[in-house]
Design a protein around this ligand. Structure first.
Ligand code: ATP
Ligand code: MG
Ligand code: MG
Ligand code: MG
Length: 480
């Protein structure tokens, strides 16, 4: 099944269960002061759950463009290094706004996976909330009992509050969740280690594909829970992960969502994917990031020096940096991936097709400018080294100034220093970074929830990141 068919089947399935299919909300949020990007399918339905608005339809399904580069959901660190976390991905979802609940949500998820998509039952595990005595939260035996109708008991695993209890924030709707995991390891591997011991353990072939959230309670300001008058279902399934399973692959990047982009990068750079660990990471980062950038621009967010635009600029620069460093690409090339992406996604997401020209132009210009920055940084650094021939350690403030004032990535400074047999004063660099952070530090801390209610004059700010070898260091958002 092609990825297009897989997406279509999902929507058709829920349509057949009386769901209304709605379009994805934009990936960039302009009307939500608490969040810059859609980071899950439910973002656009938040007001229904909070009771601020009444839904037109009680059953809805869609695929939502998500971006996870900030706040609670920041996967940037894993992207490229692993094979199943992306910055931008599609989240397939079905919703019940005060309509059906656990029984149907579980039965339909099972029917879709095992009967429509025909995933072998012995590939699947499910988790349910185990309860939490301290919090007075009881085990989700309802979910357990409904699952028992479909799957053998030893494949139903108990999960803790971190993995299996969802809360919107300090207050608001919350409830237990039930996740579906797949084990796509080879038969031999499965015989060696029991799959259930690998669930939620970051194994690249034992991964979560679908999360079913049952909104049952309302968390009040004093921390206590009330039963919600109307219960909701919110589910999210990773589309690229589903494609991996259905196309018999062991990496999202080997599915037809990514292979055309990878082939294009191969033809530009001359490197064949799959032969060198470092270069493979670079290729994965590039084909991942180009999607995030293209969809953000298509939804109206141009790269800039503040807010969401800064995040996009940083992601783009990260991709350029990887191409420059690991694939030795010295000219603007990322923009040439856009026609490939359009072929791939344009039919379902017409914004990519409509905005193709703009997306290409914006990326090309950013590439040209950033490559110039890199060139200038190289000259400055080499001048510094020439005029300080006796120095064995490059002072941290020099590296910091190159980074902060000229936008020159500090990891490049490090690599160049190493090539000349020099080292970098890491402590000095870190302390300069800390000083900079101190300068604009806020008294408040960032809460780890999907939504954070920011107080009036506060806003989210992307502080930036800096890449070090293949290890990406990210400074996340903080309140300012
Ligand atoms: P994981 O534990 O793998 O990080 P999650 O629990 O953070 O996933 P949810 O917030 O439950 O993910 O999102 C619902 C689904 O979206 C997941 O089951 C997964 O299939 C998919 N998903 C989550 N994060 C990503 C990502 N960064 N890239 C691709 N798919 C993702
Ligand atoms: Mg996650
Ligand atoms: Mg998870
Ligand atoms: Mg989850």
């Amino acid at each position: 099944m092609t990825s297009k068919q897989i997406r279509q089947k999902f929507l058709e399935f829920f349509q057949s269960k009386q769901h209304t299919i709605v379009p994805s909300a934009p990936i960039v949020l302009k009307d939500d002061p608490t969040l810059m990007f859609s980071n899950s399918g439910m973002t656009q339905f938040k007001n229904f759950f909070l009771g601020y608005k009444d839904p037109e339809n009680k059953r809805v399904a869609d695929t939502q463009k998500c971006l996870r580069v900030s706040g609670k959901h920041n996967d940037l660190d894993d992207v490229g290094k692993d094979t199943y976390h992306h910055t931008m991905f599609e989240m397939l979802g079905n919703w019940s706004f005060g309509d059906y609940f656990k029984k149907e949500a579980i039965a339909w998820a099972w029917e879709l996976l095992t009967e429509v998509y025909k995933i072998p039952k012995e590939y699947l595990y499910v988790t349910i909330f185990e309860g939490d005595d301290k919090e007075g939260l009881i085990r989700d035996s309802e979910a357990f009992n409904y699952w028992k109708e479909h799957i053998s008991e030893d494949r139903i695993l108990l999960g803790n509050k971190k993995d299996n209890f969802w809360e919107m924030g300090d207050t608001g709707p919350c409830g237990p969740s039930s996740e579906i995991h797949v084990d796509i390891r080879s038969k031999e591997e499965k015989e060696k280690i029991d799959g259930k011991t690998l669930v939620n353990k970051d194994h690249p072939q034992v991964i979560e594909i679908w999360n079913l959230v049952f909104m049952e309670f309302l968390r009040k300001a004093d921390g206590s829970l009330d039963k919600l008058p109307k219960q909701n279902v919110d589910t999210g399934m990773g589309f690229e992960r589903l494609c991996m399973v259905l196309q018999g692959k062991t990496s999202n990047y080997d599915t037809d969502v990514f292979t055309p982009l990878i082939q294009k990068i191969e033809s530009i750079s001359g490197y064949i994917y799959g032969n060198n660990a470092e270069k493979d990471i670079a290729i994965r980062v590039i084909v991942d990031h180009i999607r995030a950038i293209a969809f953000s621009i298509a939804d109206g967010q141009l790269p800039s020096n503040s807010g969401a635009g800064y995040v996009i600029r940083r992601i783009l620069r990260r991709a350029i940096g990887y191409a420059f460093r690991f694939l030795e690409v010295k000219d603007p090339i990322l923009y040439t991936l856009i026609p490939v992406l359009k072929e791939q996604m344009g039919e379902f997401f017409p914004e990519i097709e409509k905005q193709e020209h703009l997306i290409k132009e914006v990326i090309k210009e950013e590439e040209t400018n950033f490559l110039k920055t890199i060139d200038q940084g190289l000259v400055r650094l080499s001048n510094f080294m020439k005029s300080h021939k006796d120095l064995k350690i490059i002072p941290g403030d020099v590296i910091f100034e190159l980074y902060d004032t000229y936008g020159f990535p500090s990891d490049l400074s490090r690599i160049i220093a190493e090539e000349k047999g020099l080292t970098v004063d890491e402590q000095g660099f870190i302390s300069e970074m800390k000083k900079q952070k101190q300068r604009s530090k806020s008294a408040s801390t960032f809460k780890n929830y999907d939504w954070v209610v920011l107080e009036e004059d506060q806003q989210e700010e992307f502080v930036g990141y800096d890449f070090i070898k293949t290890q990406i260091k990210i400074t996340q958002y903080r309140k300012v």
